[in-house]
Design a protein around this ligand. Sequence first.
Ligand code: SF4
Length: 149
Amino acid sequence: MMTDYEGHLAQARAKMNYSERPFIVIWEMTQACDLACVHCRACAKPLRHPLELTTTEGEQLIDQVADLHVPVFILSGGDPLKRPDLFTLVEYATMRGVRTSLTPSATPLLTQAAIAELQSCGLARLAVSLDGSTGRSTTPSAASRAPTT
Ligand code: SF4
């Protein structure tokens, strides 16, 4: 049985004209992350980069995604939970009618309270990467630990 989100994607795919708009937009909204996976392609660092988009600039980006009617909008990083304005931006996207997905890092910042707040802000989907098939292999000590500078 198809979920509401899968139904949304199927409908969007059927109507897509790729010469008019992309099917997916991924905003790597921060370089900051408390992990240091060896496979990280974001060159994540513990602190946010000073040239990240501001909240206002983020809202302007969301406006463009909304105006283009892009079916899939993903907030990624780094770890999006390192941005204190994450909830504001998810709420703004919801207000603009943008179905938003999130790919947070599996750190202590991903609490039940944070997930509940994201849900109340209108987040459509959340995905977490698992780096192995056992609890041991998915812990930061096994999957991460590249030196940070
Ligand atoms: S959790 Fe993601 S962003 Fe963070 S270090 Fe690992 S791969 Fe990079």
